[in-house]
Ligand binder design. Structure first.
Ligand SMILES: Nc1ncnc2c1ncn2[C@@H]1O[C@H](COP(=O)(O)OP(=O)(O)OP(=O)(O)O)[C@@H](O)[C@H]1O
Ligand SMILES: [Mg+2]
Length: 503
């Protein structure tokens, strides 16, 4: 061959040819030339060239060449395979979160392994529990899905970690017959899976979980598949672990951001409360100061009736400030999630009657009637102080925003396992726009007090928090112009009541 240097027969030492027959020497030269030419081809990367040397005098050498060529071929095959796996793992590694990484694996790994389903379980609970974290399947049903968890100890998966090698189970029905207690095998067989290849994931020397490749075919996996998986198990482990950590960090970050947002809004509420308090306390304090100064300076000159009027003013303003302070304290307590509850048995019908009497009396100047329409007897276990706060807020609103001379109706009903309580009025109702903000802090909406009452806009925000703290819900039914009916529920009836409680 052109360009091939003739530097003597391959493997022949100087003087060796002298002992051979003359014809044999020529044949050997030709064979050696062919061998050298083949060697050059191999050097250039062409491994396909056949050598017809088996019957030549250099047959043994030729056979050696063939052997080397075979070795080179299988090395190249292995190299290509590794390159392909490397490309796959690099691509899979591009996923940031664990779900992206595993989705990438499911899409990309088909050229390397057969499967109809891949599952990934991670060790949780300090390595004691195997928890299914992710599953993707071509099948219609997934029974062993995310959330399934089982102890590692005592399972055959322990053995997979011990050997550190992928495990082939090519007859899962047979395996289930041998290990009928294996719930996970039962589930996966019921999905239609018949064989599985389990790869242990060990990152930085620490077991982190498993990848389960599975197929609907019995006998789908060979030793070659297991070896191939062995070769990339280390890379996959690190990638999966990275995905897990990034996912965990992302979840933590989201939780911190949520907390942060809550703190910011809490802070805003606090600032507004402070502003409100300063503003709303200023007037009564001013009025009290003025009345006290007048009483001090002109006590003797003031007629008895005037003195009494000033004193009554001081008492009323003080009451108002106390009520406002109570509300503010309540809001801050509730907002910080510090709602303290002292449960007791409450006879709801009596409770509503007392509320109606109390508010009816206060509504006398407005000639508004407050009545209990209906309420069955029976105890409810709840916090009486919070319940009173809820009912007082709703009834005082009903009186406050309804025209004088109207009627406010209270009603209690037992529905299913809960109590439903309604406060209904004949006022302007709630407009659609107002509904959105109704339960927010400082929601002073379109309805205005009809008898000069104070309106801070905190009552319903406090009420809703209190209802939630008691385990109930609150909402309003209202057709604007035709009154409002506020409903709230209280859960749980007689269970857990102290002996002799209620009626
Ligand atoms: N029964 C009702 N009918 C019509 N509008 C109502 C009724 N109840 C509440 N609203 C409207 O919703 C707003 C918010 O009510 P909320 O009880 O939170 O505050 P408020 O009564 O104005 O003040 P506070 O209760 O703090 O003294 C009210 O200002 C009013 O516009
Ligand atoms: Mg109110």
């Amino acid at each position: 061959m052109e360009g091939v240097q003739d530097d003597g027969p391959v493997g022949q030492r100087p003087g060796e040819s002298g002992s051979r027959a003359p014809g044999a020497g020529r044949r050997e030269d030709a064979s050696a030339d062919a061998l050298r030419a083949a060697a050059r081809e191999v050097e250039k990367g062409d491994l396909s060239r056949a050598l017809e040397l088996a019957s030549s005098p250099l047959g043994a050498l030729g056979a050696l060449g063939e052997g080397l060529r075979g070795l080179a071929r299988s090395l190249e095959e292995r190299y290509r395979e590794l390159q392909q796996l490397d490309r796959l793992t690099t691509h899979i590694n591009e996923g940031l979160l664990l779900d992206d990484v595993l989705d990438g694996l499911f899409t990309d790994f088909r050229s390397a392994l057969p499967y109809d389903r891949i599952g990934c379980s991670l060790l949780t609970d300090d390595g004691r529990t195997v928890s299914s974290r992710w599953v993707r399947s071509d099948l219609d049903v997934v029974k062993l899905g995310r959330g399934y968890a089982a102890p590692l100890a005592g399972s055959t998966l322990e053995e997979v970690f011990r050997t550190g090698r992928p495990r082939i189970l090519n007859d899962l029905e047979g395996y289930l017959a041998a290990y009928p207690q294996s719930q996970s095998t039962r589930l996966i067989v019921s999905e239609g899976i018949r064989s599985s290849l389990t790869c242990p994931l060990v990152a930085n020397g620490v077991p982190v979980g498993f990848l389960f490749f599975s197929s609907v075919r019995r006998g789908a996996y060979t030793e070659e598949h297991a070896q191939l998986l062995s070769r990339v198990a280390g890379q996959l482990s690190v990638i999966v672990e990275k995905g897990r950590m990034v996912s965990e960090l992302a979840a933590q970050k989201a939780a911190i951001e949520r907390q942060n947002a809550e703190l910011v809004s809490l802070n805003e509420v606090k600032s507004r409360l402070l502003g409100m308090a300063a503003h709303d306390l200023r007037n009564p304090i001013g009025a009290i100061g003025m009345a006290a100064t007048l009483l001090l300076e002109e006590f003797d000159d003031l007629p008895e009736a005037e003195r009494r009027k000033f004193l009554a003013d001081i008492r009323d303003q003080t009451r108002h400030m106390l009520a406002l302070l109570d509300d503010l304290l309540d809001v801050s307590e509730v907002e910080e999630g510090r709602v303290s509850l002292s449960p007791a048995a409450v006879a709801l019908d009596r409770f509503l009657l007392e509320a109606a009497d109390r508010h009816g009396l206060m509504a006398t100047p407005k000639k508004t009637r407050v009545v209990v329409e209906s309420c069955p007897p029976g105890p409810v276990r709840t916090d009486p102080r919070r319940l009173r706060q809820i009912v007082d807020n709703l009834v005082s609103n009903a009186v406050k925003f309804s025209p004088p001379g109207s009627t406010v109706r209270l009603r209690g009903e037992r529905r299913g396992g809960a109590w439903w309580i309604a406060v209904e009025d004949e006022g302007p109702g709630i407009t659609l726009e107002d509904r959105v903000r109704l339960f927010e802090h400082f929601a002073r909406l379109s309805a205005q007090p009809t008898g000069g009452e104070k309106s801070v806009g905190l009552g319903l925000a406090i009420t809703r928090r209190a209802v939630h703290a008691l385990g109930g819900e609150i909402w309003v039914d209202s057709e604007p112009g035709h009154g409002a009916r506020f409903w709230f529920t209280l859960p749980g009836l007689e269970e857990g009541l102290p002996p002799g409680a209620g009626r």
